[in-house]
Design a binder for this molecule. Sequence first.
Ligand SMILES: [Zn+2]
Length: 254
Amino acid sequence: MEYETMRQMLGLPSLLEIPSLLVIEPHPDDNEVGAGATIKRLTERGVHVAYLTVTDGRAGTEDPSVTAEEMVRIRMGERQRVNQLLGVEVSFNLGFEDGGDWSEHQLMMTLVPLIRQFRPAMVMTVDPWTPYESHPDHVKTGKAVAASLIYAKNGVALKGQGDPYDVPQIAFYGSAYPNQFIDVSDTWSNKLEAMQAHTSQFDLPNWPLVSGFLTEEAARLYREHFGMEKTGYVEAFKVLSSMQLHFFPEAVRS
Ligand SMILES: [Zn+2]
C-alpha cells in the first residue's frame, strides 16, 4: 500500500478544501506564527474557523514589573484584535496556567466534549513531535489534541459528554515532517500584520530578525515546491487522517 495516498484513499479533501476548522494553540499567538497566512486564506474562502487557546499567556513577558493578571488581560485583548484581522469567528481561552503543572490528560478531558460540540472537518494544532521542541505547553497541547481525536470518536470514553464524533483529519503546524505546502503568497503580509498585533510578543526590537527569518524560510519552501524562478511564500503542515494517529508508524513518512 502507498501510504502517501492514505488520505486520498479515504476520500479526504486537502487543507484548502475543508468547510470548517478548529485551531487549538498552547498560547495566545501560536496560531498566527504557525498558520496565520493559511487561516486568512481559509476565512477568505468562507471556511468557518474557530480558535481554542489552552493557556492564559501569563508568562509572555520577561518584565517582572508586569503582573500575571495584567499580562493575561493584555493578551486576551490582543487575541480578539487579531481574530478580527484574520476573520476568525469564534475564540475561547481554556484558562490553563501558562507554564503550569496541568497534565496532558486534564487537557484531553477538557477538549473531547468541545470537539464533539464543534464537530470540525479538521483540527489543527502545534506538532509536539518536532525534534528539539522543548516547551512543555507545546508538547502537552499537541499530544492532548491528538489524543482527543482518539477519544472524541469513542462511544464509551467520556460517555454523556456529547455525541461521539470522528474528526476526519488533523493538521500540525511547526512540523519537521510536513506533507502539505500551502501557497500563502497573497496573505503573507496578513500573517505578519497579525503577529505584530500581538504587540506584547512581537512589537519588540527583535521583530526584524523574527519576521525576516520566517519570511526567508517561507520563500525557501515556496521555491522548493512551486519553482525556483518564482517568488512567493509557503506555510507547511503535517496533515494526517485520524486513523494514522494510532498504531501507524508509517505516518511519519506519510
Ligand atoms: Zn507558544
